[in-house]
Design a protein around this ligand. Structure first.
Ligand code: DGP
Length: 113
């Protein structure tokens, strides 16, 4: 998607602090961190949101979660982290490219606000 900031990060056109990558997924530091560790995990291919994912994306969705777990281990936060996606504007989604937030390094309240 030409005007998608996360597609531009995935293609290397826009810089980001990448902490994990494989052929299908990418993890990079959030520009506006909400916790000491705040990483975004995205598919390289554009999918607008979780509800935009198709049956054929099932494998990719699983690999995104494995990428998140690997990233958590790499950053030493595998014992306590939260993985969350905001789906839709009403839930706080501001970038229309599927992404999971990996948050760690502080007390994480439940329920989230
Ligand atoms: P959400 O509100 O759930 O759609 O989360 C989008 C996140 O993306 C938000 O926490 C800020 C982050 N973000 C937006 N633009 C950029 C960018 O250009 N670079 C990086 N690293 N993060 C970005």
């Amino acid at each position: 998607m030409a005007d998608c900031i996360f597609c531009k990060i995935a293609s290397g056109e826009v810089n980001a602090r990448i902490v994990y990558e494989d052929p299908e997924t990418l993890a990079f530091l959030d520009l506006n961190p909400q916790a000491p560790t705040h990483v975004l995990i995205i598919p390289r291919r554009h999918i607008g949101s979780l509800t935009a994912a198709a049956e054929a994306d099932a494998g990719l969705l699983g690999r995104l979660q494995l990428a998140a777990a690997r990233t958590a281990k790499q950053l030493g936060v595998e014992g306590a982290f939260r993985l969350v996606t905001n789906n839709g504007k009403g839930a706080g989604q501001s970038v229309d490219h599927l992404h999971y937030h990996l948050l760690a390094g502080r007390k994480l309240l439940w329920p989230p606000g």
